[in-house]
Each structure stands twice: as structure tokens, then as C-alpha cells.
Design a binder for this molecule. Structure first.
Ligand SMILES: C[S@@+](CC[C@H](N)C(=O)[O-])C[C@H]1O[C@@H](n2cnc3c(N)ncnc32)[C@H](O)[C@@H]1O
Length: 429
């Protein structure tokens, strides 16, 4: 079936302030994506941005841009004067995992998002590959939303590594976004009974990729909608026990990518999630966030979360994980607060691949000396994808099987299982 965005209709899209909406998509039906490639589109660069990134070599950044070009850009002049981050205006290295894919990979000045050898930004599909989303996973909604959907997601392989340590069963995903966390839990054998988010574009992507899950558009900051949402969850469970509540509340307040603002109301959304934990009493709870969550209010914010969980009879473990150790071709650190009722601390998921360690500078970063195979690098992740010119690409094209060059690409195409990928990589050393 050819995809026409106009055929997309919601049965109940209008979301009055005090009521939730079930997101019901009439069409399109999820396609068999075995020979398709979605979302291989990159954002355009201005003439000045193009001039700047042309002088940045693989692994380089704004410091490689000649002075006479720097002076033409107010932003770059400001970065240079304030000694901005060495990831800005960065170009990816083929032989290392990428830097963190955030929600701004449509702009060169907010991270390391320039393709290793083409003069353009990475495409949405390349970013999704660096996040370990399988190729059948399709991102819908406005382009600006899709950058957020991909950049905000928990890499499915990282979520899966944590999910593997938790008993499987029925899961509720709060702040579900595009569904990275859910995808990892599904890959680990769970059933997501309901997913909820306040953003309709996020729900649209979630619904397309997880047609069996009930998707509810609701704002948990709104007491009326929260009450309705709780009733809807109870109706959906039909008396069955909820095994796990998972959620990655917005991290702007916690993130080091923006300014951390202790009073940011988004920080308290995590407490709203705990109200649902109180009411639904699942066996396990998982809260995902950026490492900054541990430092906010000098650790008091995360302390309050742990305290509330423990007062409710849970045993908690805080995990600080590096995504590249779990087969994600990206340096991304995330914190997981995991709580369970069975009184046993959680095992830290064992990384299958070596972490990246930093030398004196970022440019000296290399795979750690642990006795483990190297992490997946950018070339392994995306070298099969068609070349693009800046600002070009297609939302849906045919994927020619001959393009596949690496095991990671086989994994993304659905032609290799993660367990077999890890075994093969260990044999190759
Ligand atoms: C960090 S993202 C979650 C990413 C998701 N866990 C994943 O792996 O793809 C946070 C999500 O919280 C949603 N959100 C923000 N405020 C909300 C609110 N008041 N109620 C419900 N969802 C909200 C945002 O729309 C966003 O999708």
C-alpha cells in the first residue's frame, strides 16, 4: 500500500482540556517493511552552515573552522568566545559510535550530527539507526516532531538490556513518546497494555508501530485527564495484575543539554507518575532519565523519588548505563531507577561490548580496554544507506537487499537476532 499522510484519520483527535482521547488510527495499516526504507531524509543547511561544516574533518568540530568563516556567524563567534562544547558543529567518525543523538540533529550547531563523509546532516533514519530502532520502525507526524521523537527516545537496545533483568508481563508506558522504551520491553517479551503521552504526533508514531497497544492522548498534569486515564487503564486491565509501569518523564529540567532549572514544572511530572504507581500497585517500576537527574537539588530530587518508592514497599536500584555497551552505536548515558516488590536488588545488566573511554580530549576517545569486543561504530550502523545531498531524501523508498554490508545492518533489517549478533561479535573479538 502506498502511504498517503492525508489518509491518516483519528476517530477522536480533538482533545478537550478536561478529557482524554483514545488515539485510534483508521489507516494506514502497518506495512510489511521487509524491502522498504523509511524516513531517510536530512534537514537542509544554510550556505554559511555548509561553508562551515565543509572545513570540519571526521571527528572534528567548530575548532576546525577557519577564523575568517567563524567571523561570519554570530552563533559560532559566541561559541568560540565562551569556549563552547567540542561536540558543536561536529562531524561523526566512521570508526567510533556517534555522540549523543539529541532532538536537534537538524542543526549542525547543537551537537555532532554531520555525516562522516557527505557534506550534510544525518537523516532521520540514520539517527534512528544510531538509536537502535529497527528499520521497520516508522516515524510519523511533522518533521520537527520527528526530530524530537527520535532524539528523546530511549534506545530500544538499552531499554531491552534493563527489561531483561525484570520479570516479563503486562506493562504500562507513561510519557511513551515514539515508543523507544516500549520497543525494548516488547523485544524482551513484554506486552504493553497501554501507552500514554500528551503529544498527538508522538501518539501517531506510537500507534502505527504498536497496533496492539491501546494509545491514550492525555496530559498527566491535568487532574481531570489523570483521573480519566486511571479509569481507562483499569478498564483495559480487566482485573489483571499490572507487572510493570515504565516511564521517561520529560528531561528538560534535568538535562545538561539545556539549562537545569530546579523549579521547572516538568521535573514534577515524575511525581505524577508515582501517583499512578500508588493507585495501580504494579510489581515493578522503571523510571528513565538523563544523568542530570541525579544532581538536581544536590541529589534531593532523585532521593525523593527513591524515598517514595521505598515507602510504598519497593526495593530500588539506580542504574547509570552507557548505551554503547548494549550494542547501541552511540555514546549516550542514561539513569534508570528500577523498583520491585520482591525485595531483591536488580542485577546490573552485563554489557556485551566495550565502553568508550575518553583520553585527554574528546578526540582521544577510544574503545575501553575491557576484554570485550568493540562497540558498534557509525560506519557499521549506516554505511548501507543511500547517499544524499543536503536537504534531500525520501520518506519511503525500496531497500535493495544487496546494500547490506554489516551484521548491525542485518540486525536493523530484521535478518539477524540480537543474541546471534552478540555471539558473532564475541567470536570476531
Ligand atoms: C523523554 S520523552 C519520552 C520518550 C520515550 N520514553 C521513548 O523512549 O521514546 C517525554 C515525553 O513526555 C511527554 N509529556 C510531556 N509532558 C507531558 C504531560 N504533562 N503528560 C503526558 N505526557 C507528557 C512528551 O510529549 C514526550 O513524548
Amino acid at each position: 500500500m502506498s502511504f498517503n499522510q492525508k489518509t491518516f484519520k483519528y476517530l477522536a483527535y480533538h482533545n478537550p482540556v478536561n478529557s482524554i482521547s483514545l488515539v485510534s488510527v483508521e489507516s494506514p495499516v502497518r506495512e510489511n517493511a521487509a524491502e522498504l526504507l523509511y524516513n531517510h531524509i536530512c534537514s537542509s543547511l544554510s550556505d554559511l552552515d555548509m561553508e562551515m561544516i565543509r572545513s570540519v574533518p571526521q571527528g572534528g568540530n567548530w575548532q576546525d573552522i577557519p577564523e575568517k568563516v567563524v567571523e561570519k556567524s554570530a552563533r559560532l563567534t559566541q561559541i568560540r568566545n565562551s569556549g563552547g562544547r567540542t561536540t558543536y558543529y561536529g562531524r561523526l567518525s566512521n570508526n567510533l559510535p556517534s555522540y549523543t543523538v539529541n532532538t536537534y540533529f537538524n542543526r549542525p550547531g547543537n551537537g555532532t550530527f554531520v555525516h562522516p563523509h557527505q557534506d550534510r546532516l544525518i537523516s532521520m533514519r540514520e539517527a534512528a539507526r544510531l538509536q537502535s530502532f529497527p528499520d521497520h520502525y516508522r516515524f510519523l507526524g511533522s518533521y520537527s516532531s520527528r526530530y524530537k521523537q527520535i532524539g528523546n527516545a530511549v534506545p530500544p537496545f538499552l531499554a531491552r538490556a534493563v527489561a531483561d533483568q525484570i520479570q516479563t508481563g503486562l506493562v504500562l508506558d507513561m510519557f511513551s513518546g515514539a515508543g523507544g522504551l516500549s520497543e525494548g520491553f516488547i523485544q524482551a517479551g513484554n506486552d504493553i497494555v497501554l501507552a500514554t503521552d500528551s503529544n498527538s504526533h508522538m501518539c501517531e508514531t506510537y500507534r502505527y508501530n504498536h497496533p496492539k497497544t491501546k494509545v491514550v492522548l492525555a496530559d498527566v498534569d491535568n487532574p481531570f485527564q489523570s483521573k480519566e486515564l486511571l479509569e481507562e487503564i483499569e478498564r483495559t486491565l480487566k482485573g489483571r495484575t499490572l507487572t510493570t509501569i515504565v516511564g521517561g518523564p520529560p528531561c528538560q529540567g534535568f538535562s545538561t543539554a539545556g539549562r537545569r532549572i530546579p523549579s521547572d514544572s516538568r521535573n514534577t511530572l515524575v511525581l505524577k507518575m508515582l501517583d499512578f504507581v500508588n493507585s495501580l500497585a504494579p510489581e515493578n517500576v522503571l523510571i528513565e532519565n538523563v544523568p542530570g537527574m541525579k544532581w538536581i537539588k544536590r541529589g534531593k530530587a532523585i532521593g525523593a523519588v527513591v524515598e517514595r518508592l521505598e515507602a510504598g514497599g519497593y526495593t530500588t536500584t539506580v542504574l547509570d548505563l552507557k548505551a554503547e555497551e548494549y550494542c547501541v552505536p552511540q555514546r549516550r548515558r542514561r539513569v534508570f531507577v528500577v523498583a520491585n516488590r520482591n525485595n531483591e536488588p536488580l542485577f546490573v545488566p552485563k554489557g556485551a561490548l566495550a565502553p568508550i573511554v575518553r583520553g585527554k580530549t574528546r578526540k582521544d576517545s577510544r574503545p575501553g580496554t575491557k576484554d570485550l569486543p568493540p562497540p558498534v561504530n557509525v560506519s557499521e550502523a549506516v554505511s548501507d544507506l543511500p547517499s544524499l545531498s543536503s536537504g534531500e531524501g525520501e520518506d519511503r523508498i525500496e531497500y535493495i537487499p544487496d546494500w547490506t554490508k554489516t551484521d548491525y545492518q542485518r540486525l536493523m533489517r530484521g535478518n539477524l537476532e540480537l543474541g546471534d549478533f552478540i555471539t558473532k561479535r564475541a567470536e570476531q573479538g
